[in-house]
Design a protein around this ligand. Structure first.
Ligand SMILES: [Zn+2]
Length: 154
């Protein structure tokens, strides 16, 4: 890790703190050359999780798929990029907490619902009303778009 000011490679950790969820580590570093202090956050990556779909097919977990579903639920709702990324992280932390190599798409749906409930009620209702039946992302998108457009015409 290079110093962001003088680009020196010699930095040392002066403080290390585990996040309240136990899944992130925040490190305070100091540059040996210019003594500039900065922080890094280390978090667990979820690349190793396998998602088991309702038809039994398995695929690697992909953050983009979860993001697409949530973004469609949130269409026409206002939210910041920062809050959105916090929401995704909260969902992924819960997936990680299950400590399993495999997770069903239904379990992911439940986790997303739980977080959407406190994030945005409209998005929660949209998501909850379709997630149980969705077979794949395409069907899910279609269903959500239907709901979004019928709400808009009323
Ligand atoms: Zn430096």
């Amino acid at each position: 890790m290079r110093c962001p000011v003088c680009k020196s490679k010699e930095t040392s950790v002066v403080d290390s703190r585990t996040g309240s969820d136990g899944l992130t580590v925040r490190r305070r570093r100091e540059c040996a050359k210019c003594h500039f202090r900065f922080s890094t956050v280390e978090e667990i990556e979820l690349l190793d999780i396998v998602v088991v779909k309702s038809d039994g097919r398995r695929e690697s977990y992909m953050r983009s798929k979860v993001e697409v579903g949530i973004r469609i639920s949130l269409s026409k709702c206002s939210y910041t990029a920062e809050n959105f990324s916090r929401l995704i992280h909260a969902v992924e932390r819960d997936i990680q907490k299950k400590r399993k190599r495999e997770i069903s798409s239904q379990d992911i749906g439940e986790i997303v619902m739980r977080h959407l409930h406190s994030f945005n009620k409209v998005a929660y209702i949209r998501f909850a009303s379709v997630y149980r039946d969705f077979k794949d992302v395409k069907t899910f998108e279609k269903e959500l778009k239907k709901i979004a457009s019928s709400k808009a015409t009323k």
